[in-house]
Design a protein around this ligand. Structure first.
Ligand code: RB5
Length: 146
């Protein structure tokens, strides 16, 4: 399983922690940067993660900026992305089980590294339940086609 990861300048260290964490869980990581602390623009990095997931290059995406919000908005603009921006593990877990999210974002300036790892674990370790949720996820796809 492959995970696309990207971040802006505010999350270089957090990205490294998360990268090592998911690699230790057995995932292959495609790192789209940035690996520099120089100020950059999060939309590009959110888009890279979104496109990698939708194209099938990666199974899931994780994108990190200061708040997780800007990079999440960017990833969510890519057709086929269902993004969750999480500051705690409960929402991350339910977003997989009910919403079949394929991109997770969070803020390096919002959560600490241990909380971030818990969020990632709940997101990756849970699976989509389908069933009654599929009707609603299909409705999300319908919005993209209107
Ligand atoms: C960068 O300063 C900051 O705006 C960015 O990381 C992010 O929080 C935007 O949503």
């Amino acid at each position: 399983m492959k995970i696309a990861i990207a971040n802006d300048h505010s999350a270089v260290e957090m990205k490294q922690v998360i990268r090592e964490h998911v690699e230790a869980k057995g995932y292959e990581v495609i790192d789209f940067g940035t690996n520099s602390g120089e100020s950059c623009d999060y939309p590009l990095y959110g888009e890279k993660v979104g496109r990698a997931v939708v194209s099938g290059e990666a199974d899931y995406g994780i994108a990190i900026c200061g708040t997780g919000i800007g990079i999440g908005i960017a990833a969510g603009k890519v057709k086929g992305v269902r993004v969750c921006t999480c500051s705690e593990p409960y929402s991350a877990r339910l977003s997989r089980m009910h919403n079949n999210t394929n991109v997770l974002t969070f803020g390096a300036r919002v959560v600490g590294t241990e909380m971030a790892k818990m969020i990632v674990d709940e997101w990756l370790d849970n699976t989509y339940e389908g069933g009654r949720h599929e009707r609603r996820v299909a409705q999300l796809r319908d919005i993209e086609n209107r």
